[in-house]
Structure formats: C-alpha cells, structure tokens
Design a binder for this molecule. Structure first.
Ligand code: ADP
Ligand code: MG
Length: 334
C-alpha cells in the first residue's frame, strides 16, 4: 500500500446558528472526520443532503476554514501554511463542482476560463498557454473551437468537461469532485464518469468523490465513507460497505427497498422519520430516533467509530457490542 497523499484527522466544522442577535446553538456540520487517500485511489463520500459532505470537501481545500483537526497533503500540514504557501499547494488540489454552469464565469469564453489557473499558478510560460489549453480541451473530449464559446452556449456535459479541464490545468494530484454528475442526464453522466476514470488512470489522480448516488459510487470508488449529520457512521472498501454494511444507516441508504440487518436476520430496515437536528446534537448515536434496532444503550453511550474488520469501521454501538470474533451474533429478541 502506497503512502497516502492526503491524510485527514479529526476534522471539525461548526456553524453558529443565530436568531436575531442571539446565538441559538452550534450546527455541527462536520465532526471527527478522518480518512486518507492515495494516488490513483477514489474515496467516495456519501450520505443524504445536509450530512456534511461538501463541508468536508471545502475544508480539505481550505476553501473554508475548519474549526479543528489536521489535513496533511503530500506531507505538509495545511494548518501551518501561510496563505502564500497554501496558494502554491492549491495547484495540486483542485475541485470540480456540481453545477457546471454556475461555476463557470459567464463573461468569458471557456478557453479563457481554462487558461486562468495556468496564468494564476504560472504552470506554463505565457507563450505556451494556448498550446496547453488546446491540449486540455483534447484531454477532456472537447474540440478546440469550443474554446471560443461561452459557458451558456455549451451543453451540460460540455460545461462539466470545461470544469474538469480547469481542474486538470495545473497538473493536480488530488481532485475533490462534489457531485460532479448530479446535474447531468444519465447518458451524459456515464460519459463524464468514463472520462474521469480514464483521466485518473492516466495521471494517477487521487479523487474524493462526493455523491449521494450509490450506483455511481459502486462504479468509481475504492473506499466508501458514509456520513450522517456531520459524522462518519461507516467506512470501508466499497464492496464491504455497500454489500455488507454494518450500520443501519448504511443499509437503509443502500437500498430503497427494506433490507435485513446483519444482527437480526428477520428484521428489515426502513429508516422512518426525519433526521434529528444537527444543532447541538447529543454525543450518542444520531440515528437513534430513526433506527428500528436502537436499544437502551444506544441512547446512553457515546457513539464512536470503531474498526470491526481491517479497514472497515462502524459507529453503530449495538453492532460493536454484539458482533464478536468476526461472526454475527444474531438475536431473536429486541
Ligand atoms: P451536504 O454536502 O452533505 O449536503 P453540507 O456540507 O452542504 O452537506 O452541509 C452540512 C450542514 O451544514 C447542513 O446542515 C447545512 O445546512 C450546514 N451549512 C453548510 N454550509 C453552511 C454555511 N455556510 N452556514 C451555515 N450552515 C451551513
Ligand atoms: Mg453538498
């Protein structure tokens, strides 16, 4: 296993919630988030809307200041870097956004938008910028004459190709893709996913792939991290997590049709009700109010992420307590 290029530890982000002049509480957008990514690897961040996926992505790239934790990128602690050093490193960490049109400046032709990061970071000499833009357009499957168009004159798929070309311009090692295909039609989505996979192979890119679509995640990811209300509730190899998830939330997410819980073969999971409020949450399991398997201990013990199998962790207290020696310990009563 190669050394990770990105190592995130105990990352946290809190948004104060105000009501008029008064602070009403703290919205915990991300808490105790830790994971790593190696070159050529795709780590997917999944979870319902509002679970903190984008917050984590933005904090990694310091588009937003985290409140706690450390982010090491290529052996450098981002916390300790000055704005100028950070700027230098940004060339190596890029982001692709969900809304391609909204993320492209409407006032400039897209060729200029792709040239921008090259100029900003001085990646290539000024007289080579045009050649590099041509090369990037070809890499992402656009024609050179597309460069003279404005974003609104392109299709959604073409716009996202421009977004990808922009992200690739400075030869990054890591790209955070925040729902890169959610706004696209299914057929276009497949093309963009194929493009991303090809580019990853070609340049050994590390991807943090944020998505709420598990069928897409199954196609692209090596490792899956499931987030719920700001916390990682489960993480592990893609097949393990999606086929044999330990956490009731994961299993509820995996299929719209109810599925069995590993601890109770006869019971089925369907997550009912609304998520609890992310404002000043209690330390115990945040799924408590929606979980059909909750026991008394779930409302009392603090829920901590624990490794159950090598590389596969869960925050489900009940599972941690009842799973022994790598075998299920099925229960007949609740
Ligand atoms: P996701 O990407 O998983 O949908 P987000 O990271 O966007 O989730 O949001 C996580 C939580 O943080 C949500 O409850 C959201 O409302 C809140 N949040 C995100 N950005 C801000 C902000 N700038 N100010 C206040 N709350 C925010
Ligand atoms: Mg988001």
């Amino acid at each position: 296993m190669t050394k990770p290029i990105l190592e995130v530890d105990n990352l946290g982000k809190i948004y104060p919630v105000r009501q008029g002049l008064f602070k009403r509480g703290n919205l915990i957008a991300a808490e105790e988030v830790g994971f790593s990514i190696s070159s050529g690897q795709t780590v997917a961040l999944v979870g319902e809307s509002g679970s903190g996926k984008s917050t984590v992505g933005r904090c990694l790239l310091r588009l937003e200041e985290p409140d706690s934790g450390s982010v090491q990128f290529e052996d450098r602690e981002l916390n300790s870097l000055s704005e100028r050093q950070l700027m230098g490193l940004r060339a190596k960490m890029q982001m692709v956004f969900q809304d391609p049109l909204g993320s492209l400046n409407p006032r400039h032709p897209v060729g200029k938008l792709v040239a921008e990061p090259l100029m900003l970071h001085g990646t290539v000499p000024p007289d080579k910028i045009k050649d590099r833009v041509d090369e990037l357009f070809e890499l992402v499957g656009l024609r050179r004459d597309h460069a003279d168009r404005y974003a609104h004159q392109l299709s959604g798929g073409q716009q996202q190709r421009v977004g990808i070309a922009r992200a690739l311009a400075t030869n990054p090692d890591l790209i955070v893709l925040d729902e890169p295909t959610s706004a696209l039609d299914v057929s276009v989505e497949a093309q963009i996913l194929n493009l991303l996979v090809d580019l990853q192979k070609k340049f050994q890119l590390a991807f943090l792939f944020i998505s709420h679509d598990l069928s897409v995640v199954r196609l692209v990811a090596d490792v899956v991290i499931v987030m719920y209300l700001g916390q990682i509730v489960e993480s592990g190899p893609v097949e393990d997590v999606l086929n044999n998830g330990f956490h009731p939330y994961t299993r509820g997410l995996v299929s719209a049709t109810p599925i069995e819980h590993p601890l109770e073969q006869k019971e089925r999971i369907s997550l009912q009700g609304e998520p609890t409020s992310p404002i000043d949450p209690k330390p115990h399991c945040r799924l408590l109010s929606r979980c059909p398997f909750a026991k008394t201990e779930c409302g009392h013990l603090p829920a901590k992420l624990k490794e159950i199998k090598p590389g596969h962790s869960t925050r489900c207290i009940r599972f941690q307590n009842e799973h022994q020696d790598g075998h299920w310990k099925p229960e007949t009563t609740r």
